[in-house]
Design a protein around this ligand. Structure first.
Ligand code: HEC
Ligand code: HEC
Ligand code: HEC
Ligand code: HEC
Length: 359
């Protein structure tokens, strides 16, 4: 064997060892059986990964409840449209809460002109009214998904004005380049679809529009399969996202013997089904309609915003909600801690129509 060949073999061998060592999980890993015996419905977790994630899901200390003022916020303040039914002190407590959840560094003035707290001149205050109504809607109308655990602003915001995990309708980055004009968003290795060759945006069809989430036909040939190939690829893209967002395998929700069959799926799949519909409503009824406010303030409130982060995505639409926005890799957001229980104020938000911001 020539010397060069030996070197080449040695290098290849070393590379091989690196590949093997880095592509497998180092033991111990925990395996929990969730389905019937023999179905291989097992959830695999690695205690090291779980431990490393704990700080990410820590919850801030709640402000201790204040004694009641005995007067409603609507009696004390000038321009309260959604929190008027709250006791005035509970109102103040909630202001402290949302500051800590959304703009801890910027403080009250992220939403307020300090000279006139009743003024709606800072757009973030107007956004916040809708965010309060959205949070109330999640907790009151989507218990099929969020249960009694519920959500607060912190579930999504985690101390930042723009939540960490958001998406926007990204125009196909390759559309303008000649011959690949019809790539249909594929082969881009987008993180949204686990760096696979699947279409890079599985969110617009399912979490904004209401396309069928289908792969398999339910009737034998020759009746065909109503699911399109594109629809099937989008579906798999969405499923990759579900796994990444919840930090779980496909078997968290499916018996892989038949992905479509509800009878052999886990209860989590039903929770997820409601979650899809919930996220759609959040995006279409709350986030999208606020687009003009962000379009007018693409760099955040004047002198308070973070000019490096645009409020609109590359397609000119606002950042929207997907499963990661709340879950951030955990099967239950914030590892299931019921933060809402400490903030009954969020349940007192009025859902009625808002006056237009005129002052
Ligand atoms: C994330 C945005 C946001 C932050 C931060 C915020 N507020 Fe507010 N604030 C609002 C909104 C929205 C209203 C109007 C509520 C309504 O219409 O029911 C409001 C109303 C008020 C009012 C009533 C003013 C009036 O006369 O109508 C006071 C007082 C107030 N906030 C104080 C504070 C204080 C003090 C802080 C900091 C501890 C704070 N706010 C932080 C969004 C915010
Ligand atoms: C389900 C997730 C979710 C919840 C819950 C939520 N938000 Fe938001 N919020 C968003 C998203 C997504 C955006 C970003 C939109 C953009 O920038 O295009 C946003 C933006 C905002 C902004 C605008 C920030 C800026 O700089 O333009 C404010 C203010 C805000 N939220 C306040 C709140 C408050 C207060 C609550 C609780 C009452 C709340 N949000 C609850 C998802 C959420
Ligand atoms: C968090 C739960 C969850 C996880 C994890 C999950 N799925 Fe799904 N899956 C669903 C739900 C819910 C539907 C049905 C959606 C609907 O009908 O609106 C679905 C539908 C499907 C379908 C379509 C079945 C049909 O009727 O044609 C396939 C295929 C599928 N999933 C594959 C996968 C694969 C592969 C994975 C792992 C990469 C996965 N799923 C992970 C919840 C999940
Ligand atoms: C607004 C925040 C929010 C969003 C967005 C969200 N979830 Fe959830 N999800 C929750 C909360 C809160 C719980 C915990 C409910 C409980 O404790 O019963 C939960 C629970 C679940 C569970 C049950 C977990 C278990 O261990 O039983 C599944 C599965 C799930 N979510 C999937 C999804 C999927 C898939 C999406 C996207 C389509 C999604 N979620 C979007 C807040 C959210």
């Amino acid at each position: 064997m020539s010397f060069t060949l030996k070197i080449v073999l040695a290098v290849l061998g070393a590379l091989g060892v690196i590949v093997v060592v880095t592509s497998f999980e180092r033991p111990p890993v925990n395996v929990v059986q969730v389905g019937q015996r023999g179905t291989a419905m097992e959830l695999v977790t690695n205690p090291r990964t779980v431990a490393a994630q704990l700080p990410r899901h820590a919850v801030p200390e709640p402000t201790p409840p204040l004694d009641a003022a005995g007067q409603k916020a609507s009696e004390v303040y000038e321009n309260v449209q959604v929190l008027g039914d709250l006791d005035a002190n509970a109102f103040t407590r909630l202001m402290i809460g949302i500051t800590a959840w959304v703009s801890p560094e910027q403080g009250c003035n992220y939403c307020h002109n300090p000279e006139n707290l009743a003024s709606d001149e800072v757009y973030t205050k107007v956004v916040t009214r809708r965010m309060l109504q959205m949070t109330k809607t999640i907790n009151a109308s989507w218990q099929a998904h969020v249960g009694q655990t519920g959500v607060t602003c912190y579930t999504c915001h985690r101390g930042k004005p723009i939540p960490e995990a958001v998406w926007s309708t990204d125009p196909d980055p390759r559309r303008t380049r000649g011959i690949v004009a019809s790539a249909a968003g594929q082969n881009i290795a987008s993180p949204a679809v686990g760096l696979s060759s699947l279409p890079h945006d599985p969110f617009t069809p399912f979490l904004l529009r209401d396309e069928p989430i289908r792969v398999t036909g339910t009737r034998p040939l020759p009746h065909g399969n109503p699911a399109t190939i594109m629809g099937a690829e989008w579906t798999y893209g969405l499923m990759f996202h579900f796994s990444a967002a919840t930090g779980q395998n496909c078997t968290f929700c499916h018996n892989t013997q038949n992905f479509g069959k509800w009878e052999s799926s886990t209860p989590q799949r039903v929770t997820a089904w409601h979650g899809i519909r919930m996220v759609r409503e959040l995006n279409t009824s709350y986030v999208e309609p606020l687009r003009p406010l962000w379009a007018a303030n693409p760099h955040g409130p004047p002198e308070r915003g973070d000019a490096t982060q645009s409020r609109l995505g590359p397609g000119g639409d606002p950042w929207k909600v997907n499963c990661s926005t709340c879950h951030l890799g955990a099967s239950k957001p914030l590892l299931g801690r019921p933060m809402l229980a400490d903030y009954p104020e969020l349940n007192a938000v009025t859902l009625g129509p808002l006056r237009s911001a005129s002052r």
